[in-house]
Design a binder for this molecule. Structure first.
Ligand code: SF4
Length: 676
């Protein structure tokens, strides 16, 4: 006896993907469920149960929330996903990508076309599919049912992915003869078709066929029927234990195939059992030689098929699938107007990108962005009545930006962005898309004036990323920690490099009654009011403003308490130095009487420099007290009699001026007399 395994058999890629996704949950601490059996195969269900993954019929059966729910390859209605969200369940969506494609087709067409689904109404895939077109689809399971249908002007027909292709063609023919505008989507999965074809081909070479699969599996049942229809003796088994040796009494060749929900370990067991029987036959001499027995690399054969199958399936689907809403296509620009761009996306129809869908930024003309011949990626938004496809380049760009932002988010990398506007509660930042920066994350403390950030390019961390968020921003930013980190770095470097006696330039951050806090680039020091100037300052705001730059002297450091005291006065020339440089003994200058004493009057000559006019020098006659000749705040001319820089004393005289003047007058009089 010779056993041959069909070249397409067992797990399809969609089911394999779902089982792999479930396997990923084995190590997760959460309790996981599948919504309905993950596949129609009891062995797989038992296997998952052994790892704590159980099946529930509805979300309401889950009591131990938080838990996780795995959506099987058949998919679910959109409402199931939103209900799971509402219940706080973690969703792992293992819907087969090809099934998802059918969801998208019906969702995009259901507004304008009446949807016909060829399938079994009770099959979970069909039940989910109907939910994607607002429960409005007409389900037919037999071409004969078309006669009784109410036919409308615009209809679109799809198929359950595991249905019989010939029957589907009959459904389509029946509809075509009645419906004026029929759109046909052959959504029968290539995996099913290829398994059926491989099984039929094998039937022509063998005497007996074994079809491995669960009794509840729809595609196994179809496969079984396909084999039976060829006239070959066919048996459906669930495992190697179901094999009956009597079936092969007169058989020279036995074929094996398996449904898309049959795991490879069950196929392997069956093949091994058959190989065992062949070997026994050989030993007993019933068959001299087992020629072309299935080789042991059955496992490799199966795995190889699975790896290849997905790519092939997708390629085949691409041949017949019209671009659906949400598809991303590469097209060539064939016409550019100011307000729209026409793109050849490879189908029968052209696609149009309106100006508003060209770019994430405002543009004056589409001509600024693309030219004829450019290849661009576009997303299908919808179909227009005339068959034109409405496209968006902006959405593809946005997805790319989101992809890159997601990477930044996951890897914790920082990103530059431009603050574009202030809104309630924070700022808007352009990071390729518009992101939100909450006010509390602008600085490491309170940010007083958000407006002053507009237009600035800053560095941010992404603290929230939600690609699917419909309201609010998908990306939330923060620079709070970055600012704090930078400050810490600067502070560290500040304390490493600062020394008493240094001169630094700083920015005045805050003025208070007793002084000013100066930002020295990483740390703030206090410039006390008494250290601001040689003059007496009533309030710091008399001589400086917040935001001004100021040169300061490092007067003292307390490294333990991290305090820095500053002086500006130290860097200014003293009034005495200035005075000594400007004036000499004998100079006559103006001053202001600032106070009096019994022995004379003090006259301010320069800010901070007072001189004394002794009472004997106040007038050219004897006076009782200074107030007899001068009063406070009176401007007076004085002659400098002496300057003592060490004692910081200046001796002044008003009398000397009077005497000088008298002398001058006498001399003038004498000069006149001589001249007469
Ligand atoms: S049979 Fe096809 S459509 Fe269905 S799960 Fe498998 S790969 Fe996906």
């Amino acid at each position: 006896m010779h056993t041959i395994l069909a070249n397409k058999a067992g797990f399809c890629s969609g089911v394999k993907r779902a089982v792999d996704m479930a396997r990923d949950c084995f190590t997760d601490d959460r309790k996981w469920y599948t919504l309905g059996p993950l596949v129609h195969n009891q062995a797989v269900i038992d296997y998952l149960h052994a790892y704590g993954i159980d099946s529930v019929d509805s979300l309401g059966d889950i009591k131990d929330i938080p838990a996780g729910i795995i959506i099987r390859s058949h998919g679910v209605t959109p409402s199931v996903i939103s209900d799971a969200d509402t219940l706080g369940l973690i969703v792992k969506d293992a819907t087969c990508p090809l099934v998802k494609q059918v969801h998208e087709i019906v969702a995009s067409l259901s507004e304008k076309y009446d949807i016909v689904v060829f399938g079994d109404r009770d099959h979970p895939e069909v039940q989910a599919l109907i939910g994607w077109c607002d429960e409005q689809a007409i389900v037919v399971n037999d071409p004969d049912q078309i006669c009784d249908l109410q036919i409308s002007a615009k209809m679109a027909v799809v198929s359950q992915t595991t249905k019989d292709e010939k029957k589907f063609e009959r459904v389509v023919d029946a509809l075509k003869s009645k419906c004026p505008e029929l759109r046909v989507f052959n959504t029968i999965c290539p995996a099913t078709r290829l398994r059926q074809k491989a099984a039929r081909d094998l039937c022509s070479q063998v005497d007996v066929m074994l079809v491995i699969g669960d009794s509840k599996s729809s595609n196994t049942a179809t496969l079984y029927k396909e084999c039976l229809d060829t006239g070959v003796n066919t048996y459906q088994i669930q495992s190697s234990g179901d094999i009956d040796i009597k079936w092969f009494r007169d058989a020279a060749k036995v074929g094996i195939t398996a449904g898309a929900s049959t795991p490879d370990w069950i196929i392997k067991e069956v093949v091994e059992r058959m190989t065992e029987m062949e070997n026994n036959q050989a030993e007993t001499g019933k068959q001299a030689e087992a020629e072309n027995v299935v080789q042991d690399p059955v496992q490799e054969n199966i795995e190889g098929q699975q790896e290849e199958s997905f790519a092939k399936m997708e390629a085949e689907m691409a041949d017949f699938a019209t671009p659906s809403k949400g598809d991303i296509l590469t097209g060539r620009v064939i016409q550019v107007l100011d307000d729209e761009v026409m793109v050849d996306v490879g189908g029968k129809s052209e696609g149009i990108i309106p100006q508003r869908e060209m770019s994430l930024k405002d543009i004056d003309s589409c001509k600024d962005l693309v030219k004829v011949g450019d290849e661009i990626e576009v997303l299908v938004l919808k179909w227009d009545d005339d068959g034109t496809i409405l496209l968006s380049k902006k959405k593809v760009d946005s997805q790319k930006v989101l992809d890159s932002l997601e990477e930044y988010y996951k890897e914790g990398k920082t990103i530059d962005g431009t603050v574009t506007d202030s809104v309630k509660g924070g700022l808007l930042v352009d990071v390729g898309i518009v992101a939100f920066l909450p006010a509390s994350h602008v600085e490491d403390g309170y940010a007083r004036n958000l407006e002053e950030y507009i237009g600035r390019v800053l560095n941010f961390k992404i603290i929230e990323f939600n690609r699917n968020k419909r309201r609010g921003s998908q990306v939330v930013l923060s620079r709070k920690d970055l600012v704090a980190e930078e400050k810490n770095k600067l502070k560290k470097s500040f304390w490493e490099n600062i020394e008493e006696g240094q001169t630094r330039t700083g920015k005045i951050k805050r003025l208070v009654d007793y002084g000013a806090f100066i930002d020295l680039g990483g740390y703030e020091g206090l410039l006390h009011v008494s250290e601001m100037d040689h003059r007496r300052i009533d309030h710091p705001s008399d001589i400086m403003n917040e935001g001004d730059e100021v040169e300061v002297y490092i007067l003292g450091l307390d490294r333990e308490k991290e305090r820095v005291s500053l002086s500006r006065k130290k860097l200014l020339k003293s009034p005495w130095q200035n005075f000594v440089e400007k004036y000499n003994e004998g100079d006559v200058i103006e001053g202001t009487v600032v106070r009096t004493a019994p022995f004379g009057a003090f006259v301010e000559l320069d800010p901070g420099v007072d001189g004394l006019v002794h009472i004997s020098q106040l007038a050219n006659r004897r006076i009782e007290k200074p107030e007899d000749v001068v009063s406070i705040n009176e401007k007076v001319m004085v002659k400098i009699l002496s300057i003592d820089p060490d004692e910081k004393r200046v001796g002044l005289s008003i009398r000397a001026l009077i005497e000088d003047q008298e002398k001058e007058e006498v001399e003038e009089y004498l000069d006149q007399q001589e001249g007469e």
